[in-house]
Design a protein around this ligand. Structure first.
Ligand code: URA
Length: 234
């Protein structure tokens, strides 16, 4: 605890004492406190958030009803400080079975798309989802489910500090950008996502599952990837 934090608590206790004693508030006393953090760095470390801590919390999470039907929660995977953080919608059947993001058919296509522009989850990307547990029958996550999960995603973004965010699909783009605009209007241009006072350039594109369903999305998705490649410069 810092000296300023200790002073705040002492001041609060002074005020509480004043009110209890005589029903009025006098000025706070100035105390001489030292910063704990200077003398005990292990306290600082144990307070630090990490991708591993978040993953453990996600695996134990019971904050919404998706925990009742999941086999595995899927925190996400990839490298720290990634060039690109891909954020999908939520785990599907394969991801639920394996506890890993984008490992089914759509995931294999995503890996190919990333590789085409020099990205991979083992080298320079991190892959996560808006919700960490599979919605039954792959339905869209309900607002209360994305809300329950949003603190995990925000913490992941804050720790990873990706250079760019690629929102894969309508649900991801609309959830992150807090809009109901169709994905066809959200994709194809960079916008900004602000998390904890940091600004992340965000590009939305079609979900790889949409590309598997319909040829028409392949060309615009490739245009999006080329736009991303032109920005990341690798
Ligand atoms: N679709 C998603 O949005 N995320 C996954 O992890 C898998 C499929």
């Amino acid at each position: 605890m810092t000296s300023a934090e200790k002073q705040k608590i002492a001041c609060f206790l002074d005020i509480a004492g004043d009110y209890l004693g005589s029903g009025y508030k006098s000025a706070c006393n100035e105390y001489q406190f030292d910063d704990d953090t200077e003398n005990s760095p292990q306290i600082t470390q144990s307070n630090a958030d990490s991708i591993e801590i978040i993953a453990q919390e996600i695996k134990a999470c019971g904050n919404c009803s998706l925990c009742q039907t999941r086999i595995n929660a899927v925190p996400g995977e990839g490298v720290m400080q990634p060039v690109v953080m891909v954020i999908g919608e939520g785990p599907g059947e394969d991801e639920d079975k394996q506890g890993r993001p984008f490992v089914g058919k759509a995931g294999q296509l995503l890996d190919k798309m990333l590789s085409a522009i020099g990205l991979s989850r083992s080298e320079n990307a991190f892959i996560a989802n808006v919700v960490k547990c599979r919605p039954p029958k792959n339905r869209d996550p309900y607002p209360e489910e994305t809300a329950a999960c949003s603190q995990f995603l925000k913490r992941q973004i804050s720790i990873l500090k990706p250079q760019f965010i690629l929102a894969a699909g309508r649900v991801s783009a609309q959830t992150l950008l807090k809009t109901t605009e169709p994905i066809g209007r959200l994709r194809g241009r960079f916008t900004e996502l602000i998390v904890e006072d940091n600004i992340y350039p965000l590009l939305a594109t079609y979900h790889p599952a949409a590309l598997l369903r319909s040829e028409e999305y392949k060309r615009p998705a490739w245009e999006d990837l080329k736009l991303l490649r032109s920005k990341i410069g690798i």
